[in-house]
Design a binder for this molecule. Structure first.
Ligand SMILES: [Zn+2]
Length: 465
């Protein structure tokens, strides 16, 4: 049947050739969208999301999306959200693609280049938000524009929600939309482009992290108050020293090991890809019944492994004292905890009281815990991601479910009963963690692949090939 093969082959080449041009054009457009995004300061203190949301809305208007399906709205005028709906033909509930437009602020003085501008160096794209979360958001916008231009009518509605307030947790974004405009974002499930993604280890794309659960964000303050006095007459009950003692006790306390199903799945997925000693350590942890000794020695390997296996509480801010020559009358530490899913703030509060064991230290909750249930790893949804990976990288790449240590807006959707899968197509080296930090960056190739992946995933969700 060779002639058939010959014929089929030439058809394929013809099919590929025209596709090339749109792909190159789509990549240029995606870079342009990324530059536009990064150049607008969307941090809550010195900027806002509205100017960017308006620019992106204009792109969808130009692409032909009806005005009624482009919604710009928010709790306040400065930080609006953009919700775009691509109408589908079928009755199935929509699928939502979620990303946030706001960033943690960045100061020029702390960076080696201007943070609010995309700059290219040594194969990397630098800029505030390149990985958290404007890079992934730009790939989702490019994917939606490509779907519109493809002329494919999706089998179901596809919603793109680009939100504010994720970094600041002030509920002006996803939580606000769910509370006051659920009809705009209600969906069968969510692909959250703010977690997960392909991991590069020793220059090889090894696996794709899929965030199926996240630890629970909870914050308390430890407060010590006392009479204060003249600093030339120091007393043992110095408020700062008392607080320091409490923090040292907290530092010395290892919260109990708690290996969840999704953490077990994450570790299992890692074994084939890591060096022998780590693989053996993981195997020891995975043995049933769980060996606490094995888990403890694994946890000390990296902060990530420690955070995967237990609840953590760590001081993040300190305020104390009112004058250089006066004994402090007040000392306050902010302690941010990340609870393992299935653990409850009331229990951790009890533990903190026992650990600190000092009635002069008042523990006050300042950010309530919002537990969110893990998302079911349904095969048909996992297949969409796996297929999009094949479309992008030409091979099957193992999917590793992860329990994210950081919190995302996915928790609001999970709490609304809508499963969330944290995924992007932007591959990052395993030890690269510059989100919220200085000189945030992504590999140029990873951004391009991220555009291809997002386009393929959205097309697959739409029912197209
Ligand atoms: Zn983020």
């Amino acid at each position: 049947m060779r002639p058939v093969l010959g014929f089929a082959l030439s058809l394929t080449i013809i099919a590929v050739l025209p596709a090339q041009e749109p792909a190159a054009k789509a990549q240029r457009e995606a870079r342009d969208i990324l530059s536009e995004m990064i150049s607008i300061n969307t941090s809550v203190v010195r900027g806002g999301t509205t100017p960017l949301a308006q620019k992106l809305a204009a792109r969808f208007r130009t692409a032909g999306v009806p005005e009624a399906d482009i919604q710009l709205l928010g709790a306040d005028a400065k930080d609006q959200n953009l919700v775009v709906r691509l109408r589908g033909k079928g009755p199935a509930k929509p699928v939502l693609f979620l990303a946030h437009l706001d960033v943690v602020d960045a100061m020029r003085a702390d960076w080696s280049m201007e943070p609010y501008e995309v700059s290219e160096k040594d194969g990397w794209l630098y800029g505030r938000g390149t990985i958290d979360d404007k890079g992934p958001a730009a790939t989702a916008v490019a994917a939606a524009l490509a779907l519109i231009r493809s002329g494919v009518t999706p089998d179901r509605d596809i919603i793109l929600a680009l939100t504010s307030g994720e970094e600041f947790g002030d509920e002006s974004g996803a939580a606000w939309l769910l509370r006051l405009h659920k009809e705009l974002v209600n969906a069968d499930y969510v692909f959250n482009f703010d977690a997960g993604g392909p991991a590069i280890d020793q220059d090889v794309l090894r696996w794709i992290k899929l965030q199926g659960a996240e630890k629970v964000y909870w914050t308390v303050t430890l407060t010590v108050k006392n009479a204060g006095g003249h600093s030339s007459l120091p007393r043992p009950d110095n408020a700062i020293l008392r607080l320091a003692t409490a923090l040292k006790r907290l530092e010395a306390y290892p919260f109990p090991i708690h290996l969840t199903d999704i953490a077990r799945a994450e570790l299992t997925a890692r074994v084939p890809f890591v060096e022998t000693s780590e693989a053996n350590a993981i195997r020891d942890v995975l043995k049933k019944p769980l060996s606490l000794a094995a888990a403890e020695s694994f946890a000390v390997r990296t902060p990530r492994f420690n955070a995967l296996l237990r609840t953590t509480c760590t001081p993040t801010m300190l305020i104390a004292g009112h004058a250089e020559n006066a004994l402090p009358a007040l000392a306050v530490a902010t302690v941010n905890c990340r609870l393992i899913p299935g653990e409850y703030a009331a229990d951790i509060l009890r533990m903190l009281k026992a650990i600190i064991a000092d009635s002069a230290v008042t523990i006050t909750e300042i950010h309530p815990a919002r537990p969110s249930p893990p998302s079911p790893l349904l095969p048909e949804r996992m297949a969409l991601i796996k297929q999009a990976a094949i479309d992008t990288w030409g091979r099957e790449i193992p999917l590793a479910p992860v329990q994210e240590t950081g919190a995302t807006d996915g928790l609001y959707f999970r709490n609304a009963g809508i499963p969330v899968y944290g995924i992007t197509g932007i591959a990052m080296p395993v030890n690269e963690t510059r989100a919220h930090g200085n000189d945030e960056r992504i590999p140029i190739k990873s951004f391009e692949d991220g555009v291809t992946f997002a386009t393929a995933l959205m097309r697959r969700v739409a029912g197209g090939k």
